[in-house]
Each structure stands twice: as C-alpha cells, then as structure tokens.
Design a protein around this ligand. Structure first.
Ligand code: PMP
Length: 550
C-alpha cells in the first residue's frame, strides 16, 4: 500500500480513480462526431472551442508543466492555481474533526483556511528569529500528534520572503514519515534556493506546489499544480472536480510556456529581482520604516511605525499594499512592481525617488500559424543579448545588430523551419523592428540619423532616418544562395521588414567578394548606425525634427 493510500480519507478511497492518462476518447480528433457530453454543437460566438468541455486533466499542459519543473508527467497534477492544490490536498487526506495539519506562522493564510473549511485542526508552530524556519520548532509543536496528515512549509515564505533550506524541509519529511510534507514553491523562481521537485517524485511523503501566477504572470488564468510520487498524484486527482481548468486558461498557459517566450519570462524575473534589491536599501532609509526583511520572493516585508497613517496616504495616492499586523507589529508586504510603480511607492514611504530617465524598452509577442516570436529590447542596457531564431547564422547577425547597436536584445522564435528559414527570418525582422519602434516611443531625446562604414575587403554603409516614414533601399548582390541555413536572398528583405516595422528610412549599400562578410557587414553597420540614431542626445524632451513630430 502506498503512503498516499494509507493516509487518504476513506471517502476518497471509495471514489473511482481519476483517468489521468488519456484524452477523453477522440480517436478522430476534431473530426469526431461528439454526441456524448450534452454540449451545444454550434461554434461559440466568442473564443474557438469553448462550446466543448475541456480535457479533465489537460495532457499537453501537464506535459509542458512537468517538463518545466523537470519531472515526469505522471508525477505532476495540473490544478486551478496553487490555491486549488492546497484545497485538494486537505480534502484528500484530512478527515473532519479527526485529522490535523501544521503550519509555521506567520505564513500564507490559505493553508489554515482550507483546513478550517474541511474541519481539520490547525497546529500552529512559529518561525524563529528574523522569520527563519527552524525544523525543531515545528517538530516540537506536532510531537505526539497521531493524526497529523499534512505539514505546510512555504519557501520563500509569504509574507516574510524568507527562503527555507532544502535540508530543513527534508529533515521534517524524514522526521514525519507518515505525514505529507508540502513544500510550497510558489515564489521559488525569485530565489536562489533549489527546487525540491525532483526529490518529491522519489519520496512518498514529500509534495511540491507550483504556480504560473507569479513567475509566469498568469495569476488571472489560475494555473498551478503539484509535484509528487505518481501514487500521490493519482490519489489527490480523485478529489478534483471533473473539468478543473477552463479551455481559455489552458490555452493561455500553453502560450506562456511556449519555448519562444521563455527568455522573456526569465528576463522579467531578473528585473523583478533587481528592483527588489534596489528597493530594499532605499526603503530602509524611509523615516517610517524601522525594518526591511531580506526577501527571496517578488515582494518585500517591512515593519513600519505608523501603519494607519501610511494606509491613509496610500489610499489617497491610489497605491495598494498588504498590511500584515499579525505577522509583525506594523508589518506590511509590498509587491515589486514596474520601476515607475516602485518609484511611486518609494515616494509614499517618503523616500525621495531619483526620477529614473524614461525607460526605452519594449516587449512583444507575435504569434502566427508560421512563427511564434517573443522579443524584448532595452535601448539603455547593453546586456543581456540572447537570440534564438532557429537559424544560427541569423542569430549571429541579430547579435551583431544588438552588440554594435549597444542595446539588450532577447529574441526567440519557434518557427516552421521544417519548410525553410524564410518565415522565421522575415517574422523575426518584423518583430524586432516593431519592438525597436515601440522602445523609441515618441523619439524624444535621441539623435535622429546614423551611419557606418566598415570592413575587410567588404564595404558596407547603412544610413538610417527614424523618420516615421518607412522606406528601404538596398544596393548589393550575393552569389551564394545560403550561408548555413540562412537564405542570402533574405538580406534585402530583412532590411525592408525592419524599415516597415520601425517606420524608418534605411539605406544599405554593400560591395565585396565574400558573401558571409557582406551579409555580416550589413548587419554590423546597421547596428552601428542604429547605435548613433538612438543614442540619447541633447535635452531629454527634445525632438530631433523641426516638424514637432516624428
Ligand atoms: N502559495 C503561496 C505561498 C501563495 O502566496 C499563493 C498566492 N498568493 C499561492 C500558493 C497560490 O497561488 P495561485 O492560486 O495563484 O496559484
């Protein structure tokens, strides 16, 4: 008998097993005549597919999330957010009025909430000094408890931000072999603590909670899940409702997890972490803050002197934060927002925020039937540069543009390379041009023209006018049909696409013998020209045009 079976409520054991493996019997795919589920046959007047019930356990999403967390699909259960995962666990294992769960306060309130709903007792231990997790305090609090079914450990902890050492979670699991230990990793992506996901697939009493709400920005789609031994997953699934995840949410989650978007998500996490590190010392100088706790989440936990006055001031400024007086006197939890939002919060905390220059960055996703692309550019940062178009030579060319243009570029494309490189190259150029155009915004405070003249036996010249009027002239010819998988004939096309999507005039002239050199020189020269065209110059609000608009 598995531990999950041993611990499950008798009502759960009497339920039929949840069919986790299969799609619900559509051997003919979309051609299947579906007269089985009392659905409405007519296509929806809104989003495609929603007249049909979703899969009970969306298999593609399950596979994608399992891969994301590095575990096998049968060790992963997709749930309607992490909240639902907590509820399922409590309902699977806790008999009302008999069983208990344990929490380490202050922590996420949902653990006790769902336990109370189920009629389970909540045993409360407390975190140690500076909210550090101490296994002994928890083990002392539960000593002698015969019916302890679940222990909740939150790492990093909400609301305090404190991470829990993996060794401490495992020590609790070792000490309580007949209790399920849940390690809640909702915020783990913002910390340096390694995940226990892999360990959870091997230990019968360890479960890890995951969510796409935080690191993947999908709080509104309600997608999370549990990692555990397959027997535990199968047992918990019995408590799930028939169709827990709406089709639209499944689609959103699959989009968010598409390989093309991964780099942008990772970069956003880094930016949130950098903002957290910027804010913490600044908030420590606030006259109303007397303690800023080190945090490994996407939030900071502070203790303030006069929470009521702060609350009134925030109300008038339209800023919402969480007051957590039960966690600590004057305790507040501040989520890390955009730099502009964070600056507004700093002012509310009476910290003079140095008005950062307007950010010149843009992110965009562009999905078609042929390509799925995500791009992020920051014209005021030289790093990071990570480019993955699927066409290695084109990666190298775009890297040249960003390196010589002196801007940060993340670009990934998941395209139909099985046909050829055409769509990927073209669509990446369009997406990059659009992102550059957006990052430049109203073009105030920049120089308008750029040019360059490099290299070897080859001579290339690129002139740019960020005029708002798309135009492209390309003078040059190539003999080689391809450089690697990159079709040489795409070069004029790429500049044309860039001109159109950036709404710029781009003139390229190239002359030489070696086609590799010639293509590379065009891209390098373009980067150099762009560097000059977008460099901040003169007054921040000066427009480089006598027309007053570009
Ligand atoms: N765990 C923790 C520690 C949380 O703070 C939250 C949400 N705030 C969750 C789990 C659940 O997240 P969701 O339901 O959005 O997936």
């Amino acid at each position: 008998m598995s531990l999950a079976e041993y611990l499950a409520r008798p009502e759960i054991l009497r339920l039929p097993a949840f069919d986790l493996g299969k799609r619900d019997g559509n051997p003919f795919g979309s051609e299947t005549i579906k007269l089985d589920a009392n659905e409405n046959p007519f296509p929806p007047l809104g989003s495609a597919g929603v007249n049909r019930y979703p899969e009970p356990q969306p298999i593609r999403l399950r596979v994608a999330m399992a891969a994301l967390y590095g575990v096998a699909p049968d060790s992963f259960l997709v749930t309607r957010g992490g909240d639902d995962a907590i509820d399922l666990l409590v309902r699977t294992f806790c008999r009302p009025q008999e069983d208990a769960v344990a929490v380490c306060l202050p922590t996420f309130s949902a653990y006790a909430h769902f336990a109370n709903l189920q009629g389970a007792r909540v045993i409360e231990a407390r975190l140690g000094a500076d909210f550090a997790f101490e296994p002994k305090r928890l083990l002392d609090a539960v000593a002698g408890e015969a019916n302890l079914k679940l222990v909740f450990i939150c790492s990093p902890n909400n609301p305090t931000g404190t991470p829990v050492e993996s060794a401490d979670v495992l020590a609790v699991a070792d000490a309580l072999p007949n209790t399920m230990v849940l390690s809640d990793e909702a915020y783990l992506e913002f910390s340096d603590t390694p995940s226990l996901a892999d360990e959870a697939t091997r230990r019968p009493n360890l479960i890890v909670l995951k969510t796409l709400s935080k690191a993947f920005g999908l709080a509104g789609a309600r997608v999370g899940g549990l990692v555990a031994a397959p027997e535990t997953i199968a047992m918990v699934a019995r408590a799930a409702p028939p169709y827990p995840l709406p089709t639209l949410c499944i689609d959103e989650a699959l989009k968010a997890l598409s390989p093309a978007r991964r780099a942008v998500h990772l970069e956003r996490i880094e930016r949130i972490k950098a903002e957290r590190e910027r804010l913490a010392p600044l908030l420590a100088t606030s006259p109303i803050v007397h303690c800023v706790h080190g945090s490994a989440g996407n939030f900071l936990f502070l203790e303030v002197n006069d929470a009521e006055a702060l609350s009134r001031r925030l109300d008038t400024l339209g800023i919402r934060i969480r007051f957590r007086p039960n966690a600590a006197p004057g305790g507040v939890r501040l989520t890390i927002g955009t730099p502009e939002e964070n600056d507004a919060a700093l002012r509310a905390f009476e910290v003079p925020a140095t008005a950062a220059p307007k950010q010149r960055r843009a992110e965009l996703v562009r999905d078609t039937k042929e390509t799925r692309i995500a791009v992020s550019v920051d014209l005021d940062m030289a790093e990071p540069r990570r480019i993955d178009t699927g066409v290695p030579f084109f990666d190298h060319m775009l890297d040249q543009v960003a390196a010589h243009g002196n801007f940060s570029l993340l670009l990934s494309c998941d395209g139909d390379l099985d046909i050829d490189a055409h769509h990927s190259v073209e669509d990446c150029a369009i997406a990059l041009g659009e992102a550059l155009g957006r990052a430049l915004d109203d073009k105030r405070g920049i120089g308008r023209f750029g040019f360059a003249l490099p290299m070897d036996e080859t001579e290339a010249q690129v002139l740019i006018d960020l005029s708002g009027r798309p135009f492209c002239r390309f003078e040059g010819a190539f003999d080689a049909t391809h450089i690697g998988a990159y079709p040489t004939e795409m070069t004029p096309h790429v500049f044309r696409s860039l001109a159109d999507s950036m709404r710029a005039a781009i003139h390229v002239r190239v002359d030489g013998q070696n086609d590799h050199h010639k293509v590379e020189a065009c891209f390098k020269a373009f980067g150099r020209a762009l560097r000059q065209a977008v460099a901040r110059e003169g007054a921040a609000d000066a427009l480089p045009s006598t027309k007053g608009v570009l």
